[in-house]
Design a protein. Structure first.
Length: 99
């Protein structure tokens, strides 16, 4: 899930691709994807930043796993931020970055 240029090529791998052009469409599409049909949702980091509140709403569920991936504009660090948050939640402290 992400902007067309970032996600279009994944369709050739047999992955269902959801290209979105604005935040409202993205939020609606994300809620549909997270409703139970998919176990994993790959989402561009920039879009994950925009949909952080929606992602947080389902973060306690076992599925779907929401995996941020870099888009064509590069990496903005949200993947590392989410990893840090997950580790802190699991063990109670930051054992990776020691911040």
């Amino acid at each position: 899930m992400g902007d067309r240029d970032s996600v279009y090529g994944f369709g050739t791998l047999g992955i269902d691709v959801v290209a979105v052009s604005d935040s409202e469409q993205a939020a609606h599409s994300f809620r549909q994807l997270a409703s139970g049909k998919y176990a994993i949702i790959y989402i561009t980091e920039s879009l994950a930043a925009e949909l952080e509140a929606e992602i947080d709403k389902i973060s306690d569920r076992e599925i779907p796993a929401v995996i941020p991936i870099p888009g064509i504009k590069g990496n903005n660090g949200i993947g590392i931020k989410n990893l840090k948050k997950a580790v802190e939640k699991a063990v109670g402290s930051d054992i990776i970055f020691n911040d």
